[in-house]
Design a protein around this ligand. Sequence first.
Ligand SMILES: NC(=O)c1ccc[n+]([C@@H]2O[C@H](COP(=O)([O-])OP(=O)(O)OC[C@H]3O[C@@H](n4cnc5c(N)ncnc54)[C@H](O)[C@@H]3O)[C@@H](O)[C@H]2O)c1
Length: 361
Amino acid sequence: MGSILITGGAGFIGSHTCVVLLNAGYNLIIIDNFSNSSPSVISSIAKLAKLEDKITEARLQLVKGDIRDKELVTQIFEIAKRKGTRIIAVIHFAGLKSVHESIQKPLLYWDVNTSGTRKLLEVMNEFSCKVLVFSSSATVYGDPCVIPIDETSPINPINPYGKTKAAVEMLLADISNCQQRTKPFQKSPTDWRIAILRYFNPVGAHPSGEIGEDPKGIPNNLFPLINQVAEGKRDLLHIFGNDWPTIDGTGVRDYIHVMDLAEGHKAALEKLLRSEPQLLTLNLGSGKGHSVLELIHCFEEVTGKKISYQIANRRAGDSAISIASPKLALKYLNWSTQKSLKDICDDGWNWQSKNIYKNKF
Ligand SMILES: NC(=O)c1ccc[n+]([C@@H]2O[C@H](COP(=O)([O-])OP(=O)(O)OC[C@H]3O[C@@H](n4cnc5c(N)ncnc54)[C@H](O)[C@@H]3O)[C@@H](O)[C@H]2O)c1
């Protein structure tokens, strides 16, 4: 049986997707340099997928390394081929994801996110492995003109992070020889099968509390910050602007539970494995918007924790509302989100509180 290479599989979205794929019977190889994750997540993935020790090696392999190391990536493909477990597809999560950091370190972001992806694609091409699911982002839309945002909305990234994602999207369109941006589904005249998934705001954690978002350093996103205030690690939360044209003046986002997102990856992978060469570009979001204050109130209700906050000025580059149109993901993948904002808060806090316990004892 072939295997699936998961780059960045130890990270937030990658680890949850690995659990879903292992439970569906796939054999996985993870490559991760642990720049934003910890090797300890691998045993949690194996535990959640109920892998017995003796078969773990066959079902789940870990390679510590960088996707920019072409020799290493080539070796991974070669060894898998020699063992009779040829890599048949890649899910490419590995990358840097902080908008703020990308403004400080654009060269690093272009190197990891675009050069890293190009090297990976070169190796895939050499081994005739031409099935790819790529982690893109709603950031490629920049400040959207129309809500909900559908896949034909203009691509207009406004920071280096978003620009690296848009650049990879263009590269993928070139290797499929398709004119991306005009149509979300295009038959490919080459033999590549590619799904570009544009995530909205991934949050929450596995319901077991065994894995979740564990960023190194200061989190970039709202949800881990709320968790850290609840945990007592931070005194309060800054809300950037309460004068946006929204229900309560705070920014509105489309929050998607990471388990729903993981299921979306499985659906995309299976769609590509059974269909003709194509380039699919799909939003993964819930289609529902919640304001920052709504998220905070829901979190307080679910957890019984008070979240102190302070209103700060709007940040440059933020937008009032970002909500996905998830219609095409339903049409092409038969996928839609199943979990609510309450599930997000419940599971996110369950993970965070178990983590505090682990750190203390
Ligand atoms: N989480 C979000 O809000 C969000 C939203 C949209 C898109 N994305 C994209 O989804 C992907 C996964 O995001 P995530 O939230 O799981 O992030 P994450 O940081 O938790 O996971 C990324 C993983 O990739 C690894 N990695 C980074 N650079 C690497 C390299 N050069 N070689 C090998 N491994 C490397 C990190 O150690 C980490 O384990 C990223 O490409 C990100 O840009 C994330």
